[in-house]
Design a protein. Structure first.
Length: 243
């Protein structure tokens, strides 16, 4: 151990002290340790290396996951069951509260990806983009109909989207190799490259008033990976221009 740097020697000694409790090593002197079971230590090395790779390349303590829930409005049997089983909304985030908060938190980019929307959803979308700060890049990914036209609800907010400089995209691609088309079913709200909501809630009245919708808000590296997925979707999508 005398040949190690001061920083590394503390980590090595902490490992030896832990290994001593399992009978793998023993201290011979203040700076010297001897091995009781060299074979077991050599077998342990690959596992410890795998742990180090996981901690440095995959896991991050900054990653967080929150459960996001929309309960049906009015009298709902499932809402009552949730209240009984979960003791109310403790530990849950309401979708209606989360999305405006995410819009306000955006400093560089705010993107919404939704395959289904109606008049109510269009108003919600316009309101969310309006809640973002000046200079934030605003993106909306939707699914146009077979005729190439966007959902009718967007027409009523097209002027607002133009004023806010929202870049709109259609992710519905014809396929040459088979019948049908390539599109998406994911519902995503992205804040910068750090946080994202991913769940079942569409931007329509059905999702916000009648259905039980469940999703997750993720932050950290997971949010950055979702941002990369959104980038790929935009690359293959067609821009939509409103008059």
């Amino acid at each position: 151990m005398s040949g190690l740097s001061q920083t590394n020697s503390a980590e090595v000694e902490a490992f030896f002290i832990a290994a001593q409790r399992f009978g793998l090593v023993k201290r011979s002197s203040g700076l010297t340790w001897s091995l009781n079971e060299p074979k077991r230590l050599s077998e342990l090395a690959p596992m410890l290396f795998a742990v180090q790779v996981y901690r440095s390349e995959i896991h991050t303590a900054n990653d967080e996951v929150d459960v996001v829930l929309t309960k049906p409005a009015g009298i709902s049997r499932v809402a009552q069951a949730l209240d009984n089983n979960l003791r109310g909304d403790w530990g849950l985030i309401n979708t209606r509260d989360l999305l405006p908060m995410m819009a306000e938190q955006a400093t560089q980019r705010f993107a919404i990806m939704t395959p289904f929307l109606d008049d109510i959803g269009a108003d919600i979308i316009a309101s969310l983009f309006a809640n973002t700060s000046p200079g934030v890049r605003r993106e909306l990914i939707i699914r146009c109909g077979p005729d190439g036209k966007p959902p009718a609800g967007l027409a009523k907010v097209s002027e607002q989207l133009n004023t806010l400089d929202v870049q709109c995209y259609n992710f519905r691609l014809d396929r040459a190799d088979t019948a049908g088309y390539e599109t998406f079913h994911a519902k995503v709200v992205l804040v910068d490259s750090q946080a994202a909501y991913v769940g079942s809630a569409n931007m329509n009245r059905w999702s916000f008033e009648y259905s039980l919708e469940l999703g997750l808000r993720v932050t950290g590296k997971a949010g950055a990976r979702i941002a990369e997925i959104i980038d790929a979707v935009i690359q293959v999508s067609s821009p939509i221009f409103f008059p």
